[in-house]
Structure formats: C-alpha cells, structure tokens
Design a protein around this ligand. Structure first.
Ligand code: HEC
Ligand code: HEC
Ligand code: HEC
Ligand code: HEC
Length: 211
C-alpha cells in the first residue's frame, strides 16, 4: 500500500516539473525562435551600437562572391595590376610579339617559381588569345578579379579552408559583412611560397666570450 502512495507522489512531482519546463520554453519561444535568433537580433543593437564591419570597409574596393554556402567580399584586383590592361600590347599573337626586334623581353621581372616546369608554364594560367583574362585548365575564362578560381583547381584543401574563413585573413572586423583577402593579396601567383623565417635567437655563450 505504502509503495503505491509513493508512486502517486512521484507522478505528481514529475508532472509538475514537466509543466514548468514546458511553460518556461513557451515563454522563450514567444520572443525568439532559437538561441541563434536571439544572438542575431540582440547583436544588431548592442548597447546602442550596431555591430557591423561596414565602417572599416568603406575605403576598400570590394566585390561580392558566392562559393557554395559562403557569400563574402574580396578586394577588387584589376585596378592594382600595373600592366593591366594587357591588350595595350597584346594585340597580336605571342609568336608575332616575340618577332619584334625592338621589343625587349617585356616581363623580365617574372620568373615562375611555382610548380615543376613539366606541370606548369605561363600558358597554364594565361591565354595568348585573350590576355585580359586568366584561363582555367579546361580553357574557361577566369576574370582577374576572381583569380582564386585559378588556384582552387589544384589547391582544393586551402580553397575549402579559405572560403570557410580558416585560411587567409579577414578584413575589417568580425561582424558582418564578411570581407577576406584573396589568394593573390598574399601569394604572388608566380612565386607563391614564402621564405622560411627563423626566429631570432641569442647565444649566451658567444656573448659571454665577446666580453
Ligand atoms: C608594355 C607591353 C606589354 C604589356 C602591357 C603586357 N605585355 Fe605581356 N608581353 C609583351 C611582349 C613584348 C611579350 C613577348 C616578349 C616577352 O616574352 O617578353 C609578352 C609576353 C607575354 C607572355 C608570354 C611569356 C613567355 O615567355 O611565353 C605572357 C604570358 C604575357 N606576356 C602576359 C601578360 C599579361 C597577363 C599582361 C597583363 C596583365 C601583359 N602580358 C601585359 C608585352 C606586354
Ligand atoms: C599559376 C597561374 C599563373 C602562371 C603559371 C603564370 N601567371 Fe601570370 N598571373 C597570374 C595571376 C593570378 C595574375 C594576377 C595577379 C594579381 O592579381 O596581382 C598574374 C599576373 C601576371 C602579369 C601582370 C602582373 C605583373 O606582375 O606585371 C603578367 C605580366 C603575367 N602574369 C605574366 C606571366 C608570365 C610571363 C608567366 C610565365 C613566366 C606567368 N604570368 C605565369 C597567374 C599565373
Ligand atoms: C595547375 C595546378 C596549380 C595551379 C593552378 C596553382 N598551383 Fe600552386 N602549386 C601547384 C603545385 C604542383 C605546387 C607544388 C607543390 C609541391 O611542391 O608540393 C604548388 C605550390 C604552391 C604553393 C606552395 C609553395 C611553396 O613553396 O611551399 C603555394 C602557396 C601555391 N602553390 C599557391 C597557389 C596560388 C595562390 C595559386 C593561384 C594564383 C596557385 N597556387 C595555382 C599547382 C598549382
Ligand atoms: C592572408 C594571407 C593569405 C591568403 C589570403 C591566402 N594564403 Fe595561402 N598561405 C598564407 C600563409 C602565411 C601560408 C603559410 C606559409 C608558410 O608556412 O610558409 C600559406 C600557405 C599556403 C599554401 C602552402 C601550404 C603548405 O602546406 O605548404 C598553399 C598551397 C596556399 N597557401 C594556397 C592558398 C590559396 C589557394 C589561397 C586562396 C584560396 C590562399 N592560400 C590564401 C597566407 C595566405
């Protein structure tokens, strides 16, 4: 008999708890659908300051790109390339251009230190028929402003990390809108590696001997 009473008590208590949980959820749900909604809505106006990176990006020339589920801004590029547009000189085929005796080697400053010579030459990325655009491995046109599309053909891991925001540097602040440096803002496509740098060190023994 005692056992039965205990069961009834337990039943009552647990249904009360359940009711409380349900009603408190209801209350929250009325204002925000989820915790993410709450963060988004409340951070629009955080202590009277709206959170946006817009102010820090005002002076930059940016273009919007969409890659998969990621839409963000990258710096415009063509305006920064000194020898653009290429068709100022590349009005005839490379073969013809190279015949001109009075033309010095135009791009003497460009040495390709990237992949193996058998894998890559100038024509891997540039097209003699359309110098004002880059080209994919299957001869599709790629705009100089979207040269990451060139790199992503071979560097799939870095590209995936970059579009997700893990590789490369964010411009402005962490709040939206998102703006990120593009591959060529950091890597020279002709010589993309960085010199290895050693941390400076101090040899106490030599210093001692020099005294
Ligand atoms: C001032 C004139 C001039 C401009 C501007 C110019 N080029 Fe050239 N380019 C040349 C000449 C001349 C040659 C052929 C001689 C040589 O190899 O340097 C050449 C050759 C090339 C070659 C072939 C190199 C080789 O060894 O096969 C590539 C690729 C090239 N240019 C890309 C470009 C691109 C891309 C641009 C624009 C971003 C550009 N050029 C702008 C004059 C120019
Ligand atoms: C891996 C792809 C790739 C290869 C290979 C490549 N380029 Fe480029 N090149 C680019 C990209 C991307 C840019 C634009 C860079 C930027 O946005 O500043 C560029 C820019 C240029 C420019 C204009 C900028 C400048 O420095 O004057 C010239 C000229 C040029 N390339 C010539 C060449 C020549 C000549 C070769 C072969 C020796 C070559 N490229 C090989 C990708 C490549
Ligand atoms: C056709 C394929 C191809 C394209 C396109 C290409 N790369 Fe590469 N890249 C390679 C190969 C191959 C290597 C050499 C890998 C190695 O040595 O392990 C390399 C090496 C590199 C490295 C490492 C260099 C080092 O010394 O450690 C960087 C950084 C890089 N590429 C960046 C870029 C960028 C940025 C672009 C676009 C402008 C690009 N690559 C386009 C094939 C490509
Ligand atoms: C904000 C600058 C920045 C941007 C943007 C950037 N990278 Fe890098 N990348 C780096 C640095 C720094 C390293 C490390 C170099 C090192 O360790 O020597 C690196 C390394 C690499 C390597 C060599 C990886 C290895 O293991 O040796 C590749 C390939 C590469 N980046 C490709 C890309 C591509 C493709 C893009 C664009 C989709 C890109 N990067 C955008 C700065 C950048």
């Amino acid at each position: 008999m005692n056992n039965n009473k205990y069961h009834i008590k337990l039943y009552l208590v647990s249904s009360l708890v359940l009711l409380l949980v349900i009603s408190s959820c209801k209350e929250k749900e009325e204002k925000y659908h989820s915790i993410i909604d709450k963060i988004e809505v409340e951070s629009n106006d955080y202590h009277g300051i709206s959170t946006s990176s817009g102010n820090y990006l005002e002076d930059l020339k940016l273009i919007e790109i969409t890659e998969g589920e990621h839409t963000f801004l990258i710096p415009e590029r063509k305006g920064k390339i000194k020898s653009y547009s290429c068709t100022e000189c590349h009005t005839e085929s490379l073969k013809e251009l190279k015949k001109h005796k009075n033309f010095k080697k135009a791009h003497w400053d460009i040495k390709l230190i990237h992949a193996n010579k058998n894998t890559m030459n100038c024509a891997t990325c540039h097209s003699g028929n359309d110098m004002d655009n880059l080209k994919s491995l299957t001869n599709k046109k790629i705009d100089f402003n979207k040269s990451y599309k060139l790199c992503m053909q071979c560097h799939t891991t870095e590209f995936k990390d970059w579009k997700g925001g893990a590789h490369g540097k964010r411009l402005g602040g962490w709040a939206n809108p998102r703006a990120s440096n593009s591959c060529v803002d950091c890597h020279n496509p002709h010589k993309p590696g960085f010199e290895t740098r050693f941390p400076s060190w101090f040899n106490t023994k030599t210093a001692e001997e020099r005294k």
